[in-house]
Ligand binder design. Sequence first.
Ligand SMILES: Nc1nc2c(ncn2[C@@H]2O[C@H](COP(=O)(O)OP(=O)(O)OP(=O)(O)O)[C@@H](O)[C@H]2O)c(=O)[nH]1
Ligand SMILES: C[C@H](OP(=O)(O)O)C(=O)O
Length: 215
Amino acid sequence: MEVIVPFSTDRPKSRLSDVLSADERAAFARAMLDDVLDAVATAGGEPTVLATGAVDVDPPVTVDDRPLTTAVNAALGGHFEADGASDAAADPVAVVMADLALATPAALDRLFDAGRDADVAMAPGRGGGTNAFVASYPAFRVDYHGASYLDHREIAAEVGADFAAVDSHRLATDVDEPADLAEVLIHGEGRAAEWLRDAGFALDADEGRVAAVRG
Ligand SMILES: Nc1nc2c(ncn2[C@@H]2O[C@H](COP(=O)(O)OP(=O)(O)OP(=O)(O)O)[C@@H](O)[C@H]2O)c(=O)[nH]1
Ligand SMILES: C[C@H](OP(=O)(O)O)C(=O)O
């Protein structure tokens, strides 16, 4: 299955600027991207990075500096056009965000399986975003930001696509804010967790909610 992995190379992860410098945010974003690409490939997906600028990775890279929604919709259109599909039965394509530091092959496998049954199978992010989906319905398009999960459910209904939610803690955890770093230290198994530990982050369970703090 083709798996599009959007990746921003311009000022990535700005919401982590209270705890990481610009260079660190770029390095950490890259570690998460590498983890996601490995998990996708191990799950049997064929990843393509959809990046805003050049990025040196093994899988093919498409550079498109338009806003996220425009770039992803162009990539979806390109996939379905190449597939020659004009009706409801198309070769599925997945979009998996590059900041899913907890994604494992097993979690992605479950999403890919759900995408073989439903026209659109989607893993919501905590807070209402859209962390990953599989679509096999050529008319389906995205509209990211805000409560995009709800918007995407509505778009699927509007175009007549049936929709399945994929309930997955690992796929629901996108790393946006400092509080999310604790999740990476608790559950992460790859380069992103290692990068945080090397940068001096550790879990602090002394007060209230467990947090990632820098020593
Ligand atoms: N191709 C592409 N990918 C993007 C763009 N904006 C964000 N992404 C990617 O989409 C996923 C979700 O991004 P967000 O968490 O919304 O944004 P971010 O830039 O990573 O972080 P913030 O600056 O904190 O909002 C990540 O994999 C980003 O790398 C864009 O304009 N184009
Ligand atoms: C791209 C956006 O990500 P978030 O800003 O919710 O992390 C979304 O999922 O719509």
